[in-house]
Write a protein that binds this ligand. Structure first.
Ligand code: M6R
Length: 364
C-alpha cells in the first residue's frame, strides 16, 4: 500500500505533482480562478468587510501564504490565526465577515469550533479541505476541496502544496470579484501555477543531493531557517516538518528579526537554511546571511537559477529552477520536506508515525 516506498510520507511527496494538477484542474483560467459550485459571489463580497483565515499546524502556514497573496493581489487585508487562539479570544466576527478555514482532515477540533463560533455570529464560512464529507466540509457554507487524495503520513506534504495552490487561486478569484487583481497578474499566476507540477518533479529529482546533506549532518541538535516575505512561511513549514519527524530542535525566523535577539543562539557550525527565492529582498537576505556567517553559522542557501554566485558567501547552495517569484512557495517546500525526511531517516526515526503525534487532532 506504500506503493513500493519505505514510508507513506515518501509516497505522498512523490504524489505531489499529480496532487497539484488535481487541485488546479478546471479552476485555473487566464482571467482569474473559477470554482464551480461556490456560492460566494461578487454580490456577497460587497458586504464582506473582514476576512479571517483560521487553521492549525501546516494548514495555518498555508493560511499565512494565503494572507500574503490576498493582500498582494486582491488588496484585501486578512488576519490569519491559529484556531486554538481564535476560538478562545472573543474574535471580532459578524455577518460581514468571511471566515476561511483550512484543514486537511476536516476533523480538527479547534478549527471546527472556530467555524461554529463564527457561524453563530453570522459569518460566511468557506472551508478549504481535503476530505469530502468531513465535519468541516459539512458545517461550512461553502467548500473548496484540495483534491490531494488520501494523506496517511502524520507529516502533511501533498495536502500542504494543494492548500497553498488553492490559496493562490482564491486570491485570484477574490481579486477578480473586487476588480483589484490586474489582468496580467491573474494570467501570470495561472501560468505559474500550471508550471508547479513540473517544478515539484524537478525538486524530487534532487533527492540524492538532499540525502547526502542529511547523511553528513544528521547528528545536529538545532537547525535554523530564515526567509523574508513568502519565504518566511516556507521556512516555518519546513521547520515544523523537521521538528515533527526528526525531533531536531528548530526555529524559523523572519530574516530581519534575527538581529533582534535570536541571533544570540547562532554558534560555530550551527546550520542555517536561508530561503532566498524572492528577488525584491535578495540583497536583504544576503546581509542577513553575512550576519549569521559572522557568528560562525554554516549556511545552506536556497536560490533560483541565476543566483549561483551566492556560493562565494555561503557554505552550500541548492539551486532551484528559475520561476515566477510568486509561485516559489510551492516547489520550495518540497526541498525542505525532503530535507526533514532524510534527516529523520538518518536518525532512525519512525517517519510515518512520529511519537506523540496523531494524524488529526480531533480532541483538544
Ligand atoms: O487536518 P488538519 O489540516 O486540520 O490538521 C492540522 C494540523 O494538525 C496538521 O497540519 C499538523 O500540523 C500536521 N501533522 C503537520 O504536518
Amino acid at each position: 500500500e506504500k506503493g513500493g516506498y519505505d514510508h507513506f510520507m515518501m509516497k505522498e511527496m512523490v504524489e505531489q505533482p499529480k496532487a497539484m494538477m488535481e487541485a488546479l484542474m478546471g479552476r485555473c483560467c487566464d482571467n482569474g480562478a473559477s470554482f464551480t459550485g461556490l456560492k460566494l459571489d461578487a454580490e456577497m463580497m460587497k458586504h464582506i468587510n473582514r476576512i479571517q483565515i483560521v487553521a492549525c499546524g501546516t494548514a495555518y502556514h498555508a493560511g499565512m501564504v494565503g494572507k500574503y497573496y490576498f493582500e498582494k493581489f486582491a488588496r484585501i487585508s486578512v488576519e490569519t490565526e491559529a484556531a486554538s487562539e481564535y476560538r478562545y479570544k472573543n474574535p471580532i466576527v459578524d455577518e460581514n465577515t468571511l471566515l476561511i478555514v483550512i484543514s486537511q482532515s476536516g476533523e480538527t477540533a479547534d478549527t471546527l469550533a472556530a467555524i461554529r463560533l463564527a457561524k453563530e455570529r453570522g459569518a460566511w464560512v468557506l472551508a478549504v479541505t481535503n476530505v469530502v464529507g468531513s465535519s468541516i466540509a459539512r458545517e461550512a457554507d461553502d467548500v473548496i476541496y484540495t483534491n490531494a487524495g488520501p494523506e496517511i503520513a502524520v507529516a502533511s506534504t501533498k495536502a500542504y502544496v494543494t492548500q497553498v495552490g488553492c490559496m493562490m487561486l482564491l486570491a485570484s478569484f477574490l481579486g477578480n470579484l473586487n476588480g483589484k487583481m490586474k489582468k496580467e497578474d491573474a494570467a501570470r499566476i495561472c501560468h505559474g501555477l500550471m508550471m508547479t507540477p513540473g517544478l515539484i518533479e524537478k525538486a524530487l529529482d534532487t533527492q540524492d543531493v538532499i540525502k547526502a546533506f542529511a547523511d553528513r549532518n544528521y547528528e545536529i541538535d538545532d537547525l535554523f531557517y530564515m526567509g523574508r516575505g513568502v519565504d518566511l512561511y516556507t521556512s516555518m513549514e519546513g521547520s515544523l516538518k523537521l521538528k515533527e519527524i526528526s525531533y531536531i530542535h528548530s526555529e524559523a525566523y523572519a530574516a530581519g528579526e534575527l538581529k533582534h535577539g535570536p541571533i544570540a543562539l547562532i554558534e560555530d557550525g550551527t546550520i542555517v537554511v536561508a530561503v532566498c527565492t524572492q528577488e525584491n529582498v535578495f540583497e536583504k537576505m544576503l546581509s542577513n546571511i553575512k550576519e549569521v556567517k559572522a557568528r560562525g553559522a554554516h549556511v545552506l542557501a536556497i536560490v533560483q537559477a541565476g543566483h549561483e554566485d551566492i556560493a562565494s558567501e555561503v557554505d552550500e547552495v541548492w539551486v532551484i529552477p528559475e520561476m515566477d517569484d510568486d509561485i516559489t512557495a510551492i516547489p520550495t517546500i518540497v526541498y525542505l520536506q525532503l530535507l526533514a525526511y532524510y534527516l529523520a531517516v538518518a536518525r532512525g526515526c519512525d517517519v510515518d508515525k512520529p511519537k506523540n503525534l496523531a494524524k488529526s487532532v480531533t480532541v483538544e
